[in-house]
Design a protein around this ligand. Structure first.
Ligand SMILES: [Zn+2]
Length: 159
C-alpha cells in the first residue's frame, strides 16, 4: 500500500477495530514519511451475489445501491446511517447463508422489510410502498396496521 500524497510505502497502522458487526476491520493508517492519515476497510472476500430482477435480468448485488434505497426510505426518520449499515449487513449475511449464488430481488426486498419492520415504522412503510407498489390506499393502511400490531407476515407478498 502506498501513500496517496507522497507515494511512500512506509505506512503505519495507528488503530484497528471491528466494524459492521465484526464483518469488517477499519484501520487508521499514517504515512511515516509525510504524516498524512487515511482509513482502510478490510472485508471478507466473498463470491459476488447475482440478483435476479422481476423481469428476469441479472445484476450484481450492490451494497451501495441497497444502502441508497434505504437512505431514501429513511429520510426524516430517526434511523441512523449506522443502523442502515447493520440492516444491509444482516441482509447480506442472510443472502450468503442461503448458499445460492443467484437470489431473486424479491427475496432481498423481503429480508430488508423484515429488518426495517423492527427498526422504524415509517421507514418500513415507505420502503414497502415502493417495493410492493401498493395498488390502493386500503392495502397500504392494512400493511400499516399489520406493522403496528407486529404481525408483519412476509408470506403475504406476491412475487
Ligand atoms: Zn506520505
Amino acid at each position: 500500500m502506498k501513500c496517496n500524497h507522497c507515494q511512500s510505502d512506509d505506512i503505519k497502522v495507528i488503530e484497528s477495530r471491528d466494524v459492521a458487526d465484526g464483518q469488517a476491520i477499519r484501520r487508521r493508517r499514517m504515512c511515516v514519511a509525510c504524516g498524512s492519515r487515511f482509513t482502510t476497510y478490510e472485508r471478507l472476500e466473498r463470491p459476488q451475489l447475482i440478483i435476479i430482477k422481476n423481469d428476469g435480468t441479472r445484476q450484481l448485488f450492490s451494497r451501495t445501491k441497497l444502502l441508497s434505497g434505504l437512505y431514501r426510505a429513511c429520510e426524516k426518520t430517526p434511523v441512523t446511517s449506522l443502523q442502515l449499515d447493520s440492516v444491509v449487513n444482516a441482509v447480506e449475511q442472510e443472502l450468503y447463508a442461503c448458499g445460492e449464488q443467484e437470489v431473486s430481488s424479491s427475496k432481498v426486498g423481503e429480508l430488508v422489510m423484515d429488518q426495517l419492520a423492527r427498526l422504524n415504522e415509517v421507514a418500513y412503510v415507505r420502503f414497502a410502498s415502493v417495493y410492493r407498489r401498493f395498488k390502493d390506499i386500503a392495502s397500504f393502511e392494512k400493511e400499516l396496521s399489520l406493522v403496528r400490531q407486529g404481525k408483519h407476515i412476509a408470506a403475504e407478498v406476491k412475487s
